[in-house]
Design a protein around this ligand. Structure first.
Ligand code: ADP
Length: 582
């Protein structure tokens, strides 16, 4: 059984060994020039064996020691140090007399601390001590040399070593085997308490080790996966916990959270479908976190918590259905009211006095807002349950965004805002005619949906910016095409940034609160961008402005041509399948 030491102890002890060896050499050096008092103490009591050992120790400390594992290095260095101290102490005892030398106390003290790093230096120390005594004490070889006192001294010395080991081991020494199966150890210590706790948790709890096999499972988890607790123990987690995507599609090994957590050692939070052994299907919210040891941060496994959200999902679905039906039904009368109000406000059709006009104007604006709210509600309900219609095709973002910017320019300029179209990175100038060559940024998405996103971001930029400019731009690299909309508006407080793309989230500050809105626009944008495996985010500085970015996977020119050719061939045969991504 190997032993390992506490890291802090290792560092401290390393220094102690180094300093001791240097001190021995220094004392010997001083002894060369300053003779000690008394005839017996040659070179201050440090003999040549001790010096050689100190040199070897220092040499080892600065070479192999660094390459060895902490445990091995420390054991070996301690052994060397013990030898230095032993030879030195015994040399001194030899000089001063074996029977009643003060140096025996030094020897005992040394033995008492020898157990700090473990049992090996002690065993080594005892063996060496015995050997050294046999060789170096001339008295022992004579029949009358081995006095009772000498034997007693040695016996106490050995006893000291053993006491030392038991005294220090629990303080600084970990058993290596304990570390290896630390996870099991952790679970088994306070076993009763852990069992009561884990059994009573209503969520499924599964602990897996670094090998990916199940170390522990609670009854709730066993019920979900339809396995017995004991039979699942030590079986590969992937085999017991059969996961698919929420919509029932397969999860590849690279995507499977149970494998990913072992590779990345980071928490994963996902909603997935769990299929039991007898085919029971449960939608679960799965949070799987790595287990790291407290001091060393060593990764020893992962714990998965599975919460059945099937009922919650059903309720959510019903709510979404209700919202979408209600908003769909209500849109028609609202459109009728809006139409009649428009007629009432039309001077050619009806005559009204100025007071009535101002009231009707307000009513008209509110009706428009209501219509927009219903529209947004309908779109967001559809986005949430994946019913958003989408007919993706190959879109060249350069032309698309530039065109759109030109269409929108008027809206910005009407509010007195300047408007730019920027193409930042990737521009190359053609050497022969000096024209700027803009690379082609092909993406696979529904152009109408993309337009909706960009217009939404642009509308926000115009809505919230009082003066300055709005820049729409396009950039990217080999893998992504990036579109951004930048404004010089009030900016967004940092604490709101993480929530901005959530449903109904609106920033509650004086700069934007007074401006009407539904809080659904950015949520819909996110849902649409995610539909095409893209990402949307915002960077903003209060008082300076905001930049909204959209990243979409970029198609290579060849892939784009292939897809365009395929679409041209099938367009007469059947409509483009909206579910199929490239
Ligand atoms: P709405 O604009 O209808 O309120 P959105 O989802 O489009 O809803 O935006 C959410 C919130 O984000 C807005 O209420 C606003 O506070 C903030 N916001 C969005 N765009 C900008 C922007 N360009 N500048 C400052 N704040 C913004």
């Amino acid at each position: 059984m190997m032993e390992s030491v506490d890291k802090r102890w290792y560092v401290g002890y390393t220094w102690w060994i180094t300093i001791s060896a240097i001190a021995i050499l220094a004392v010997r050096l001083i002894g060369l020039f300053v003779p000690a008092v008394g005839d017996n103490l040659h070179a201050w009591g440090i003999d040549i064996t001790t010096v050689v050992l100190a040199l070897i120790t220092l040499l080892y400390r600065f070479t192999l020691y660094k390459k060895h594992t902490e445990t091995l290095g420390l054991n070996f260095a301690t052994l060397l140090l013990s030898m230095i101290q032993l030879t030195n102490a015994i040399n001194m005892i030899n000089i001063t007399g074996w029977d009643n030398s003060w140096y025996i106390l030094v020897l005992y003290t040394m033995f008492f601390f020898s157990g700090i790093v473990g049992i090996y230096p002690i065993i080594g120390g005892i063996l060496l001590l015995s050997l050294y005594i046999l060789i170096s004490i001339p008295d022992i070889n004579k029949t009358d040399g081995l006095t009772l006192q000498t034997v007693g001294t040695l016996a106490v010395g050995y006893l000291m070593c053993v006491i030392s080991y038991f005294m220090w081991r629990n303080r600084y020494i970990d058993q290596e085997s304990q570390k290896v199966s630390h996870l099991t150890g952790l679970l088994k210590s306070n076993q009763q308490q852990s069992e009561i706790l884990i059994k009573s948790i209503a969520d499924g709890v599964i602990v897996i080790n670094t090998e990916g096999t199940i170390s522990l499972m609670n009854p709730a988890a066993a019920k979900m996966v339809e396995w017995g607790i004991d039979e699942a123990s030590e079986v590969a987690a992937n085999k017991v916990v059969h996961l698919t995507k929420e919509d029932g599609k397969d999860i590849t090994d690279e995507e499977n959270p149970l494998s990913v957590v072992l590779k990345q050692q980071q928490q994963i939070d996902k909603t997935v479908q769990l299929i039991g052994r007898k085919d029971k299907k449960t939608i679960v919210s799965l949070v799987i976190s790595p287990i790291l040891l407290p001091k060393t941060n060593e990764f020893v496994g992962a714990v998965a918590v599975l919460r059945d959200v099937s009922e919650a999902r059903k309720a959510e679905q019903q709510r979404a259905d209700f919202i979408s039906t209600a908003s769909h039904e209500m849109r028609t009368p609202v459109a009728a009211i809006e139409g009649y109000l428009a007629l009432a406000l039309n001077e050619k059709v009806s005559k009204i006095d100025s007071a009535a006009r101002s009231y009707l104007d307000k009513a008209h604006m509110s009706t428009q807002h209501l219509g927009q709210l219903f529209q947004d509600l309908l779109t967001s309900a559809k986005a949430e349950d994946g019913r958003l219609t989408s007919n993706p095709s190959v879109v060249e973002l350069g032309t698309f965004v530039e065109q759109l910017t030109n269409d929108l320019r008027l809206v910005a300029e009407k509010k007195g805002l300047a408007m730019d179209f920027l193409t930042e990175a990737g521009n190359t100038v053609n050497a022969t005619n000096g024209h700027v060559l803009q690379p082609l940024y092909y993406v696979y998405a529904d152009a109408d949906r993309l337009r909706e996103v960009i217009i939404n971001l642009f509308d926000n930029a115009v809505k919230y910016t009082e003066k300055g400019r709005i820049s729409v731009g396009l950039t990217g690299d080999a893998k992504v095409a990036q579109c951004f909309i930048r404004d010089t508006g009030p900016g967004i407080p940092p604490e709101d940034l993480p929530h901005l793309f959530q449903k109904f989230y609106r920033v509650d500050n004086s700069a934007t609160r007074t401006i009407g809105g539904t809080g659904l626009g950015l949520f819909i944008c996110r849902k649409i961008v995610e539909l095409y495996n893209g990402r949307i985010w915002v960077e903003s500085q209060l008082g300076k402005g905001s930049s909204f970015y959209i990243n979409l996977p970029r198609l290579t020119n060849e892939k784009a041509e292939q897809l365009q050719a395929a679409a041209a061939n099938t367009v007469t045969a059947k409509p483009v399948n909206s579910d199929v991504a490239p």
